[in-house]
Write a protein that binds this ligand. Structure first.
Ligand code: ADP
Ligand code: ADP
Ligand code: MG
Length: 658
């Protein structure tokens, strides 16, 4: 076996590859750019080599630097991960010429499959069903319109060299082609340096189903069943699962056989993925082949027990596959959620920055018989950089059946705590709770169909409303006890939106019993201290974890995708609260207000200073929690309303822009 492998990648996939190498007793070298000097991958690898500036074009994409790093460290093989140089036949050839093994398919296979036009020609020859369309380059807009009209609208205009959801456009009519063809061509030229375009039929509301294949250098190829990746946004995968809820054994076998036939036709000798679009009627058409390890490979590993990175290393070394098709079987169900640094409440805008807090769920078997796996390349305090993919981690769960796997994912997401930047966990958990997702009737339009106006969170269920009540009471009680040495009252009004709920709070051993009229809510197994951002406990025996933060007179509490501001008031204050005129939405667009009563830890700007959107302007501390305030837009500071050390009320003006 290899003694030393170099990983020409970063982030979670570099960490993922290191883990398998360690298990196999292979030493690892990781290359890193300026932005990744302190990364988890660098910390974990046996050796690391600096290769240049943060932009990938100065580091991770420079073949010369990778080769030099191999020379310097004596690495015998390179694992390229995905993205970067992973599908670059020239790079694979270059390594071969240097006597270094490329842990991936042979360069001919990359060339034949790496290009969408060429791979479709190949697929058609291997009797694989391809999406109807024009398998060839298109010269200009007039030619494009002619082809589109022959195929029949709607059609998809695609860059032959495209990838990662880029260089793709749907055209519903002639005007869309007139506009779309030059646009895709320009994007293809700038993103891929290759402006060959083709057109194929746009399959409406399809499902994305792909087959994992694995080959060796001895002509053997097997498939490891399918993954369904229909939950996409802008043609990019967000949630994947294996197996697919659509397929029956017969369709699975037919798809698997086509994928294997295609792989064999190009002497495929590594892990790869054959992507299809499928109709709800189980018809399916070849889309493209990805000649690399796929982002969502963990779900396949979870249902088959095969370590795909290990198999890639073994095949590259020249070993024969240790198993045949008949040795492989699907066991249980697995789901993967891509946790992105993006703000679901603001149109999924990218939200890069520092992971001020990062507390993933515990990995391994759960009490309910599921398995949790979190593929991450970050630690608390790390930064999600603007230079690379905005992915924070990939959370996967396995369970004996689909609904159990979904529930395990919901649970794992519920306890995943991230602060410091926007992240899509509330959205992911909303999908896990959504009836159509749970029913398995998926399509690539799912997000558009089910969240047509974007994502605003979900309405609290009765259980969640009760969770908000008991959590607010419990936190309020602790805070009240800290504020006085005398007795603390035990009757409160819990105000959540328009709801005013009189409650009586009493202690029963370690449990808190909250009586609201006829209803008795018992809170037990509480894990929370003031200042802690997550609160977990059991409500009448059902476990939950919420994210909590202080707000004016109360708390903001999030459980899964439901968020609520809850106040705990005396009867007198609640009455006054009712009489308060509804707040006029003042024009606060030029102001930065304190989000809560607290202590100003720092105020980082001065009048006359220009700030950029996203820049940190102040830190407010309350309940031992530090909250970083950032400018929401570019502007020039006109006035500063407080200084470090001041105590401020909620909504007090901290900064005014000109
Ligand atoms: P998968 O198909 O494995 O789910 P994606 O399509 O999301 O993966 O892409 C995997 C990674 O590779 C991402 O980081 C993506 O940005 C990158 N990628 C894919 N194709 C290309 C390409 N042609 N050029 C540059 N980056 C690419
Ligand atoms: P990429 O290289 O960016 O992954 P793909 O060709 O795999 O490009 O397409 C990305 C996604 O776009 C697919 O997963 C699918 O959702 C959608 N798509 C691609 N081609 C078609 C098509 N002909 N009809 C419908 N949807 C398509
Ligand atoms: Mg694809």
């Amino acid at each position: 076996m290899f003694n030393k492998i170099l990983i020409a990648n970063r982030g979670e996939i570099a960490v993922r590859i290191i883990k398998t190498c360690r298990r196999l007793g292979i030493a690892t070298v990781v290359v890193y750019s300026e932005a990744d000097a302190d990364s988890m991958a660098v910390e974990m690898a046996d050796e690391s080599v600096f290769i240049g500036g943060a932009p990938a074009s100065e580091s991770y994409l420079v073949a010369d630097k990778i080769v030099a790093a191999c020379r310097e460290t004596g690495a015998e093989a390179v694992h390229p991960g995905f993205g970067f140089l992973s599908e670059n036949a020239g790079f694979a050839r270059r390594l071969e010429a240097e006597g270094i093994v490329f842990i991936g398919p042979n360069p001919h296979a990359i060339e034949a499959m790496g290009d969408k036009i060429e791979s479709k020609k190949f697929a058609a020859r291997a009797n694989v069903s391809v999406v109807p369309g024009h398998v060839g380059e298109i010269d200009d807009t007039t030619h494009a319109i002619k082809i589109a009209e022959e195929i029949g609208y709607p059609v998809m205009i695609k860059a032959s060299a495209g990838g990662g959801g880029k260089g793709i456009r749907v055209a519903w009519d002639r005007r869309d082609v007139e506009e779309g063809f030059p646009a895709v061509r320009a994007e293809a030229r700038s993103s891929f340096g290759d402006d060959r375009i083709f057109i194929e039929k746009f399959i409406e509301s399809p499902r994305h189903i792909e087959i994992q294949v694995l080959g060796d250098k001895h002509g053997e190829v097997v498939h490891l069943f399918e993954r369904e990746c229909s939950i996409q946004r802008r043609n990019q995968k967000v949630i994947e699962e294996a197996p697919s809820p659509l397929l029956d054994a017969e369709t699975r076998a037919a798809m698997g056989a086509q994928a294997v036939a295609l792989a064999k036709a190009v002497n495929y000798d590594s892990a790869g993925t054959v992507e299809f679009v499928a109709g709800q009627d189980k018809s399916f058409y070849f889309l493209e082949m990805n000649t690399r390890l796929q982002v969502e490979h963990p779900v396949t590993e979870l249902i088959t027990g095969v370590d795909l990175v290990e198999q890639m290393i073994r095949s590259a070394y020249g070993e024969k596959l240790a198993f045949g098709q008949k040795d492989l079987a699907i066991k249980g169900w697995a789901i993967e959620s891509r946790i992105y640094a993006e703000d679901p409440y603001r149109g999924f805008l990218p939200s890069i920055g520092r992971l001020v807090r990062y507390a993933p769920p515990e990995e391994g078997p759960t009490a309910s018989g599921a398995i949790v796996r979190n593929d991450a390349g970050v630690r608390e305090g790390d930064e999600i950089s603007m230079f690379y993919d905005p992915m924070i981690s990939k959370l996967s769960t396995w369970a004996p059946d689909r609904l159990q796997a979904i529930d395990a994912m919901g649970q794992a997401l519920e306890t995943f705590h991230i602060e410091g930047l926007g992240q899509n966990i509330p959205f992911l958990v909303a999908v896990m709770d959504q009836p159509r997702f749970r029913s398995g009737v998926l399509s690539t339009n799912y997000i558009k169909d089910e969240f047509p106006d974007g994502f605003q969170g979900t309405v609290a269920t009765e259980f969640q409303a009760d969770v908000f009540t008991v959590v607010a009471c419990a936190m309020h009680q602790v805070m009240a006890r800290r504020a006085t040495s005398g007795p603390v009252r035990d009757d409160w009004i819990v105000v959540a939106g328009a709801r005013h709920l009189p409650v009586q709070v009493s202690q029963a051993g370690a449990d808190l019993v909250i009586t609201a009229g006829e209803r008795v809510l018992t809170l037990s197994s509480v894990a929370w201290r003031p200042g802690q951002p997550t609160f977990s406990g059991a409500l009448n025996g059902t476990h939950f974890t919420c994210q909590v933060s202080p707000a004016a007179e109360g708390f903001v509490i999030r459980h899964r995708a439901a968020v609520q501001r809850v106040l705990v008031l005396s009867e007198r204050s609640a009455e006054l609260h009712l009489k308060l005129p509804p707040k006029k939405a003042a024009d606060t667009s030029k102001l930065i207000l304190s989000p809560m009563p607290g202590l100003v830890v720092s105020l980082d700007v001065t009048p006359g200073q220009s700030v950029r959107s996203g820049e940190q302007v102040a830190i407010i501390e309350a309940m031992k929690m530090q909250n970083i305030l950032r400018a929401e837009r570019d502007g020039v500071v006109k006035l500063v309303g407080a200084k470090a050390g001041d105590s401020v009320a909620a909504d007090e003006v901290l900064i005014e822009f000109a």
